[in-house]
Design a protein around this ligand. Structure first.
Ligand SMILES: Cc1ncc(COP(=O)(O)O)c(C=O)c1O
Length: 429
C-alpha cells in the first residue's frame, strides 16, 4: 500500500506526458479528488453539472459523438421554435433570422477572424464538404489525406475521384503518431507536382491526437497547396485562434465541444479565398461571389437552432476556454493514469496525455481485450456509454467526458475497467 506522501507526489506529477508516466497506483485518483475538493474546484463544477438536464442513470462518456446542450441553451432554442411556429414567415424570417448576424459576430471574435469570413452551417460535414466539393480541380490532381480522416470527408473525396478523376493519396500513419515532426514529414513526403490540396483533422476523432496544423499550413503555403482543416473536435475544446493555426479554411461542429444545440457548425474561409470556393447549393450570382453568406443558402431551416449558438458561446466563455480545457484534461487523466498504472505493459493510449496536452478525448487499448466486447459489457452491466473503435489499425475504446461529468462517474468507469483488465474473462467468457 503506497504512503499518502507517495500518493500526493503522484498527484503532483499528474501533468507529465505519457512517456514520463510516474508509477501511479490505481487508488491515487482518490487523492486527486480530495485535492480538488480542498480547493473548492468541485463546488464550482457542481454548479456546471447542474446546468444540464441529464439522465444520470447512464454515464455518458461519448460526448465526442455529440454533446447535450445546457438546459438554458435548449430552452432558448425551444422558445424561438415556438415563437417561429406562431407565424413562421414573419417571426422566423423577419424577426429571428437577421439575428444570425450577432451569432456571426460573436463566433468570429471567439475564433479570431473577421465576421465576413464566418459562415454558420449545420455541422462540420457541411463545412468540410463545402471545401471538398466547392474547389475547382482538374483530372489527375492529387489530394493528400490520411486513412484516419473522418469517413464522411473521405467519401466526399471518393466521389470527386469517381466523378472528376482526382487521385486520393491516403497516408497510413503509425498509431500513436510518433511525433509532430513525423506527421509533417509524412505529408511533406507525399507532395508531388500534381498535389492540389491537403486535408487534415485538427483533432483526430479516433485517437485524440492534436495535429500541428500551423506547420502543415506553412508546408502547404510553401508549395502553393491549400490545407483544409477539419476542426470538428477542436473548436471550444481547448483555447486557440485562427492566427495560432494560420489556416485559410476551417470547418467545425458546434454541437460537440461548444455545447450548442444539435445541428450547428461553422465554416471559416479567409476573405481572399471566398470568391474561388463554390457553395454546395449554388450561388453563381455576382453579388454573392465574395459574400461568406453564400455558404448559408440552404433553403428553409429553423432560425432557432443557430441563434442558440450565442447562448452556448456565452456559457463557454463564462467557464473560460482555458479552465474548461484544464478540467477536461484532468477528467481524462484521472481514468487514463489509473489504467496505465494498473497494467503498464498491456495498457496503451493512442495519443499523449498530461497537463496542457490534447483535451477530453482518451483512447485506450488493452492487450488481450476486445474493446467491442468491453463496450457492450460496460453498457449492459454498468450503464456506461463509451465508443468502441475496432478497425484494421487498432482495437480501442474512446472515452470522452464533458464539463458536466462528475469525478465519481469517471471512477465508476475506472473501477469497471480495472476489473476487466485484471479479469479479462469477464468479457471473454
Ligand atoms: C473529425 C470529424 N470530422 C467531421 C465530423 C462530422 O461531424 P458532424 O457529424 O457534426 O458533421 C466528425 C464527427 O464526429 C469528426 O469527428
Amino acid at each position: 500500500m503506497p504512503s499518502r506522501r507517495q500518493f500526493l507526489r503522484s498527484a503532483a506529477l499528474a501533468g507529465a506526458a505519457v512517456p514520463a508516466l510516474p508509477a501511479l497506483r490505481a487508488d491515487a485518483f482518490q487523492v486527486l479528488a480530495r485535492a480538488a475538493q480542498a480547493t473548492g474546484e468541485e463546488d464550482y463544477w457542481g454548479e456546471i453539472q447542474r446546468a444540464f438536464d441529464l439522465d444520470r442513470t447512464l454515464i455518458n462518456l461519448n460526448n465526442g459523438g455529440c454533446s447535450p446542450a445546457p438546459t438554458h441553451v435548449l430552452e432558448q432554442m425551444i422558445r424561438d421554435l415556438r415563437f417561429s411556429n406562431t407565424l413562421p414567415v414573419e417571426h422566423m424570417w423577419r424577426v429571428l433570422e437577421p439575428r444570425l448576424e450577432s451569432v456571426r459576430r460573436d463566433l468570429a471574435r471567439a475564433f479570431g477572424c473577421d465576421a465576413e469570413e464566418m459562415a454558420i452551417t449545420r455541422n462540420a460535414s457541411e463545412s468540410n464538404l463545402t471545401m471538398i466539393m466547392g474547389t475547382d480541380f482538374a483530372r489527375g490532381d492529387e489530394i493528400i489525406v490520411t486513412t484516419q480522416n473522418y469517413p464522411r470527408m473521405l467519401s466526399g473525396w471518393e466521389q470527386r475521384v469517381a466523378r472528376d478523376g482526382l487521385v486520393l493519396r491516403k497516408l497510413r500513419l503509425p498509431t500513436p503518431v510518433p511525433s509532430d515532426a513525423h506527421f509533417v514529414q509524412q505529408i511533406a513526403g507525399a507532395i508531388t507536382p500534381r498535389t492540389r490540396a491537403i486535408e487534415i483533422m485538427h483533432v483526430n476523432n479516433v485517437t485524440g491526437y492534436v495535429a500541428p496544423v500551423r506547420q502543415v499550413v506553412e508546408l502547404g503555403r510553401t508549395h502553393g497547396i491549400p490545407v483544409f482543416v477539419d476542426g470538428a473536435h477542436a473548436f471550444a475544446h481547448f483555447p486557440f485562434t485562427r492566427d495560432d493555426l494560420g489556416c485559410d479554411y476551417y470547418g467545425t461542429s458546434l454541437h460537440k465541444w461548444l455545447l450548442a444545440p444539435i445541428g450547428t457548425g461553422f465554416l471559416y474561409v479567409r476573405k481572399e479565398r471566398i470568391p474561388a470556393l463554390w457553395p454546395i447549393m449554388g450561388g453563381a450570382e455576382q453579388r454573392m461571389r465574395a459574400d461568406i453568406r453564400k455558404y448559408e443558402e440552404i433553403g428553409t431551416h429553423p432560425a432557432a437552432n443557430h441563434n442558440a449558438i450565442a447562448v452556448a458561446l456565452a456559457f463557454h466563455e463564462g467557464i473560460g476556454a482555458a479552465r474548461k480545457a484544464a478540467r477536461l484534461r484532468w477528467l481524462r487523466d484521472r481514468w487514463a493514469r489509473a489504467l496505465l498504472a494498473e497494467a503498464p505493459d498491456r495498457v496503451r493510449l493512442l495519443a499523449p496525455i498530461g497537463e496542457g496536452v490534447g483535451g477530453a478525448i482518451g483512447v485506450v487499448t488493452v492487450a488481450g481485450l476486445d474493446m467491442g466486447k468491453v463496450y457492450g459489457w460496460l453498457r449492459t452491466k454498468h450503464g456506461i456509454v463509451a465508443t468502441p473503435l475496432v478497425n484494421d489499425e487498432f482495437n480501442g475504446l474512446r472515452v470522452t467526458p464533458n464539463v458536466y461529468t462528475t469525478p465519481r462517474e469517471i471512477d465508476v468507469f475506472t473501477e469497471a475497467m480495472l476489473a476487466v483488465i485484471r479479469k479479462p474473462e469477464l468479457v471473454t467468457a
